[in-house]
Ligand binder design. Structure first.
Ligand code: FES
Length: 317
């Protein structure tokens, strides 16, 4: 895979409207017929005017490197990236697109894969299902949507996947509704779980799989869960390497304070979902507010663009 820091100016080759207010954008490189390779579960960063950077899962077939395909749902209440793309993007436009990176890999050693996609969370699952089907691996994809008419990319999935690999669940069709707690009640030996969707779906899947072995559960979120009652408080960062102490006021992020002190930290989403700014911590009580780290990683890693701490935290910087 190419370095994810590589940013390419790519052309919008086509735009297609899909159910659920989703636009499918096809990017091609104006001169390179072969793009950097990607694995199922990968995403790219799209750099928008005004410095906004947003992550979108690649949903094409990993064997087809002539183009990148992303699905963008218009979110009127989001941070403006999807609304901008829907309102402004035209065929022929050039956009800076990063090389792919992957925090949501299929596990090589799994004997079976259980994929759950909620709404627009189907996008990484499409690439996963395509890759698993091509490799002849055991998997089932469960697609959850409000209704058939709100389910993006459904026609493609139904055309490509055998009926026993695709299970549809529509809120408006009681015969298809399933309780995730029931679906995930028993973990079959060697089965890995992957899920992606809006915050409510993520919380539902997380709670329903809490008893699964942690290293068999994989997820990707588009945004952290909102906690309307969370009131940020000031805290102190100590740098493990030098002992320097930095005060983080209630109205600033740890990332902002670290940068102001001259530390070079990468960032991309600045919303706790991409992992670009991840660092370690060696002591303290973090308040994890990201949607990126696994429960195991939370015992030693920290996402400074959104996470905070009680009192003092010592960062491995
Ligand atoms: S910049 Fe994306 S998680 Fe911090």
């Amino acid at each position: 895979m190419a370095s994810p820091r590589l940013i390419m100016k790519m052309k919008v080759a086509s735009l297609r409207h899909e159910a659920g207010d989703v636009s499918v954008v096809e990017f091609r490189h104006p001169r390179r017929p072969q793009l950097p390779s990607f694995e199922a579960g990968s995403h790219v960063d799209i750099h928008m005017p005004g410095g906004k950077v947003r992550q979108y899962s690649l949903m094409g077939h990993p064997a087809d490197l002539s183009r990148y395909l992303i699905g963008v749902k218009r979110e009127e209440t989001g941070r403006g990236g999807s609304a901008w793309l829907h309102a402004n993007l035209k065929v022929g436009d050039e956009m800076p697109v990063s090389a792919p990176r992957n925090h949501f890999r299929l596990h090589d050693k799994a004997q079976a894969h259980l994929l759950l996609g909620g709404g627009i969370g189907i996008t990484p699952m499409i690439a996963m299902a395509r890759a698993l089907e091509a490799q002849g691996k055991a998997f089932v994809l469960h697609f959850f949507a409000r209704s058939r008419s709100m389910a993006p990319m459904l026609a493609d999935l139904e055309a490509e996947l055998p009926a026993d690999r695709l299970v549809l669940h529509f809120d408006d069709d009681p015969a298809t509704v399933v309780d995730l707690a029931e679906l995930l009640k028993e973990q079959k030996d060697g089965t890995h779980l992957y899920y992606c969707g809006p915050p409510g779906f993520m919380a539902w899947a997380r709670a329903s799989s809490a008893h699964w072995k942690p290293d068999t559960v994989h997820f990707e979120a588009f945004q952290p869960e909102e906690d309307p009652n969370f009131a940020p408080e000031p805290f102190t960062i100590q740098l493990h390497s030098t002992g320097q102490e930095l005060e983080v006021p209630a109205n600033a992020s740890a990332l902002t304070v670290l940068r102001a002190a001259g530390l070079l930290l990468f960032s991309s989403c600045e919303n706790g979902v991409c992992g670009s700014c991840e660092c370690g911590f060696v002591a303290g009580e973090p308040i994890h507010r990201d949607a990126f780290l696994s429960p195991e990683a939370r015992t030693r890693r920290f996402i400074p663009c959104v996470s905070r701490a009680k009192g003092q935290i010592i960062l491995d910087l």
